[in-house]
Design a protein around this ligand. Structure first.
Ligand SMILES: Cc1cc2nc3c(=O)[nH]c(=O)nc-3n(C[C@H](O)[C@H](O)[C@H](O)COP(=O)(O)OP(=O)(O)OC[C@H]3O[C@@H](n4cnc5c(N)ncnc54)[C@H](O)[C@@H]3O)c2cc1C
Ligand code: SF4
Length: 338
């Protein structure tokens, strides 16, 4: 039994005041990740600050055509929001490929960004884990590492970021709006999550006393040529072994813009602008897609049980780009399950 205090924030300023006042406190939104971690004794907050009733539940178009998604918009509401379905179907597909309907009803936009690694050793408090207990070692290196990273890992940690939604947000060039005692700031999505390096216990560049208030999307939504492919061990809810978000702009068979991001392969959603640049100006065909896949995976490195992910990712990238080019997105059928 862990003793903790419980407080409900009345407004955003109240939440910031409470989180700034107690270094051991944790914000709770949908609770679908944090409560599990508390049950497993991985997280032991002194206080839960309930932000679930804050007025951050709207999806709004701004005057310049961008979209602002409140941090407490539930994953289900976001996936089925008419503006997301029409203008950013890649995001809708990615969200609907994640978790189950019940979980998506509870899970919030901000919480999805901040969900923690799914490495089994991280959840198992009797095994060494640098993310849970810095300096204790990494049990996945030399252990069971089938679901672990093939890109951007370090000797301290080879965990992956588990989100589907975040892979689409990376591809769509989202921004994260946060607020804290020093005021508001905006973090580019690519800078929000961190690679493990020597500090795998720090997942993101959000300061301890800040809260996410919104995710912002630029007007360009790639609504025609997109696809989100999630490869997992079972079709019912499971985290990605490899997932791919692809979005293209094509004029007369030539790619004029490309976005490519992968999930399940690194400590953060893995977007590669070099692979995107290599696609621009090329024909939308298998040869171009294979070159982009090879470029993206140039530094990929497998471990005992996950080297298969490199070839899986290579084939997945070509397939996803092909589906995007043909305007036959992979996840369209998921949308029928409401
Ligand atoms: C069985 C199961 C299967 C799942 N499968 C998938 C899957 O396939 N794909 C996928 O993407 N996800 C999956 N998930 C994860 C799920 O999407 C996340 O648990 C959920 O998105 C977290 O949102 P939440 O609001 O419940 O966060 P919470 O559990 O409330 O919080 C999670 C973390 O975020 C912090 N936090 C929450 N909101 C804010 C904020 N506004 N500002 C700052 N910090 C904040 C909390 O302090 C906490 O540290 C699965 C979860 C479960 C339990
Ligand atoms: S991969 Fe990361 S989360 Fe898993 S045991 Fe190693 S340090 Fe811990």
């Amino acid at each position: 039994m862990i003793n903790f205090q419980y407080s409900r924030a009345n407004d955003v300023a109240d939440a910031v005041r409470m989180i700034a006042a107690d270094p051991a406190a944790k914000l709770i939104a949908g609770g679908t990740n944090l409560v599990d971690l508390m049950k497993e004794n991985v997280e032991r907050p002194s206080r839960l600050i309930d932000i679930s009733r804050l007025p951050l539940k709207t999806v709004k178009q701004t005057a310049d055509g961008d979209l602002r998604i409140g941090a407490l918009v539930p994953n289900s509401d976001l996936a089925y929001h008419p503006l997301i379905e029409q203008r950013y179907p890649l995001l809708s597909s990615a969200i609907l490929a994640g978790a189950s309907q019940q979980l998506r009803n509870m899970a919030s936009t901000g919480g999805n960004l901040l969900q923690r690694a799914r490495c089994a050793y991280f959840y198992d408090t009797v095994t060494p884990c640098n993310k849970r207990e810095p300096g204790s070692g990494c049990s996945a290196i030399g252990g069971i590492n089938r679901i672990h990273a093939i890109l951007g890992a370090s000797e301290a940690c080879i965990a992956t970021h588990p989100s589907d939604m975040c892979v689409a947000l990376a591809a769509l060039d989202a921004k994260v709006r946060v607020t804290g005692p020093a005021g508001e700031r905006v973090i580019a999505f690519g800078d929000f999550h961190r690679l493990p390096g020597t500090t795998p216990q720090i997942d993101t560049n959000l300061h301890r006393d800040e809260i996410v208030i919104a995710v912002e999307l630029p007007a360009q939504g790639f609504a025609k040529n997109y696809s989100y492919l999630k490869i997992r061990d079972r079709l019912s809810y499971a985290f990605a072994l490899v997932s791919i978000a692809a979005a293209l702009e094509i004029e007369n068979g030539t790619i004029t813009q490309a976005r490519l991001a992968l999930g399940g392969v690194a400590h953060k959603p893995w977007r590669d602008t070099a692979a995107e640049a290599a696609l621009r100006g090329q024909r939308a065909d298998q040869a171009s897609f294979t070159r982009a896949a090879d470029l993206l995976l140039r530094d990929a490195k497998g471990h005992e049980h996950n080297a298969f992910k490199i070839e899986l990712a290579r084939r997945g990238i070509v397939r996803t780009l092909t589906q995007a080019a043909q305007a036959t997105p992979q996840s369209q059928s998921d949308k029928k399950i409401r």
